[in-house]
Design a binder for this molecule. Structure first.
Ligand SMILES: *Cc1c(COP(=O)(O)O)cnc(C)c1O
Length: 223
């Protein structure tokens, strides 16, 4: 697996050169991450706290670690001191726990709110109603130790490109709509994290600012 060559060919296809590439290194050995690091990658995505905890101390300190998977509340404390961005915030309860852990260490933790845009029920995320309820909750404006940077979403796993496109368009519309709302100071709509190996080109065409790409860089994963 030539990671450097894969990175170059992925980058070459980008519809938007300013879209940030997060290299999703879950299940991959440290040596693979080092190769990507040497090829210039500084943003890495992991989806398990334990794996992130093992890898982080073994790699250079200027790496920006993205927690992209479903995060359990009781594990927030482990990554709170160093995580660069938590993509998968899918409940108010989780957001409050992140705020609580941020307060303990006096750090405003950057997060994205994950929206449920796929047809499958298996994917996590807020639906519109839950999101609106949270935004209207008086406790929401009391948050002091999180910074909400934008939204994240995962499209349905399907060959149907029109469906994927529609789901990304829906997320982008929601993102733009939120920008026009009066939002608290700690909430800014700047990052739209959408797109993986199979659908990042569609995501970029629909306005993604951050793509999370694993297998197209590191090869298929064996679980
Ligand atoms: C694994 C994963 C990715 C990357 O998937 P690939 O298809 O390998 O690019 C992106 N986002 C999330 C949330 C993931 O869990």
């Amino acid at each position: 697996m030539d990671i450097k060559a894969n990175l170059e060919s992925v980058k070459k296809t980008f519809k938007n050169p300013d879209c940030l590439l997060v290299a999703v290194s879950k299940t991959k050995p440290i040596s693979d991450l080092k190769e990507a690091y040497e090829a210039g990658i500084r943003d890495f995505g992991e989806n398990k706290v334990q794996e992130l905890q093992e890898k982080q101390p073994q790699l250079p300190e200027d790496i920006r670690w993205h927690m992209i998977g479903h995060l359990q509340r009781n594990k927030v404390k482990y990554i709170a001191p160093y995580v660069h961005l938590i993509h998968g915030v899918d409940s108010f309860k989780l957001l409050k726990e992140i705020n609580k852990q941020g307060k303990k260490i006096d750090r405003k933790i950057p997060v994205l709110l994950q929206m449920h845009i796929a047809e499958e029920d298996s994917k996590f995320g807020f639906d519109r109603k839950e999101m609106d309820e949270m935004l209207a909750d008086p406790d929401f404006t009391e948050l002091t130790h999180v910074t909400i940077k934008g939204l994240m979403g995962m499209a349905t796993f399907t060959e149907n490109e029109e469906q994927i496109r529609r789901e990304f368009q829906g997320l982008k519309n929601h993102f733009e709509e939120l920008k026009t709302n009066p939002l608290p100071e700690f909430m800014k709509m700047e990052v739209l994290s959408m797109g993986m190996s199979g659908d990042y080109l569609i995501a970029q065409e629909e306005g993604s600012t951050m793509v999370r790409i694993g297998s197209a860089i590191f090869g298929a994963r064996n679980y």
